[in-house]
Design a protein around this ligand. Sequence first.
Ligand SMILES: [Zn+2]
Length: 110
Amino acid sequence: MHEEREIGVPSQRYVDICLDGYEAFGFDENYLYEALNISLEETGTTAAKVCPHCGKTYTGHPALSRKDNTTPICPDCGTLEALEAAGIPKEKQKKVLETIGEKLAEKPCK
Ligand SMILES: [Zn+2]
């Protein structure tokens, strides 16, 4: 049970796994997006968006791409762009992102 998540809102990981299955079986992904948006709408959570950089679905506040300062992107891509701008090598960027994910899973933001 994930107490930090609203009842009826699937996790990002669950949605990603479903999307993989939809793609593998050739299902229309729009049905999944529509169902997700209904869940989010009914629980008062922000609508799901697709990141134009990585193609993943995400909810919540987007990051602004540093490339044009106008394109909303997922928080992970926002973090990667920030690490890139800070001169962090690509091989370390992924490790930083994994560590952030692990720490957030240990201590969810309140
Ligand atoms: Zn992204």
